[in-house]
Design a protein around this ligand. Structure first.
Ligand code: ADP
Ligand code: TYD
Length: 219
């Protein structure tokens, strides 16, 4: 019997407040309207255990979390996410769309927390192995603008600022530089999308990129 072809793995990345979640929702809607079976998920989270880890990570009272502890928690959540959600969906031939995945660990923990990419890669090899995104869209925006958006969203939700959003401009500059470096190193997989534009314009570019990749995959 012929094995079912592996599905397609798309991730959305960028610093906080670039509009990832907004674009993620629109992209999932688009793919479903085109008839794709879509597994929509996110990190940290995506599973029951992962959502519990997410609460630890995002709680402001854990501001003193050691960088290595933060990295290990991210990969603990990811290991569960891969086992429960991502790998089974890919094996069923679905299009998996994740709001953040392993590039976030390279950018936030590797560059932002200065743990270095070699450290992150060591964990990534063991935990993600060959399950890597096929296409990654990095939404790029100056931290000043992105954090303004993220702050506006928190005000709307009437919540206090998240732990990561409270990190300050220098941290987010390093994370952004990390994402730009990842995009430079892996231009076939990683596409930069300018996020200083209206939502619809950004979504149109994302849809064009995704449609092209999927068409190439089917060809
Ligand atoms: P992220 O998931 O990257 O943190 P969100 O999608 O939650 O970002 O967006 C953060 C805030 O910015 C939300 O209030 C959202 O409505 C707004 N927003 C998203 N995209 C844009 C855009 N292109 N222009 C202006 N505001 C935006
Ligand atoms: P979230 O509320 O999802 O951020 P946003 O909606 O702004 O994207 O919070 C997730 C935070 O976790 C975010 O600041 C990025 C951070 N993060 C890491 O530091 N490393 C990781 O590997 C992942 C997946 C997320």
């Amino acid at each position: 019997m012929k094995a079912k072809p592996r599905g397609f793995f798309i991730t959305l990345e960028g610093i906080d407040g670039t509009g990832k979640s907004t674009q993620f929702r629109l992209l999932v809607k688009h793919l479903r309207s085109r008839g794709y079976c879509v597994c929509a998920t996110r990190e940290p989270g995506g599973t029951h255990v992962g959502e519990q880890i997410r609460r630890i990570l995002l709680a402001s009272r854990t501001a003193s979390l050691a960088p290595f502890a933060e990295l290990a928690l991210m990969y603990a959540a990811r290991a569960q996410h891969l086992a429960e959600v991502v790998r089974p969906a890919l094996a069923r031939g679905e299009v998996v769309v994740s709001d953040r995945f392993n590039d976030a660990s390279f950018a936030y923990q590797g560059y932002g927390r200065k743990l270095g990419t070699a450290t992150v890669r060591a964990l990534d090899r063991v935990i993600c192995g060959r399950t890597q995104p096929d296409l990654t869209l990095v939404l790029d925006l100056a931290p000043r603008l992105a954090l303004g958006r993220a702050h506006g969203r928190e005000v709307c939700r009437n919540s206090t600022r998240g732990r990561f959003e409270a990190q300050g401009m220098k941290f987010h500059e390093r994370v952004r530089a990390g994402y730009l470096a990842i995009a430079r190193q892996d231009p076939r997989r990683v596409r930069l999308v300018r996020a200083d534009r209206p939502i619809a314009e950004i979504q149109a570019e994302i849809r064009a990129l995704v449609d092209r990749f999927l068409a190439r995959r089917h060809a």
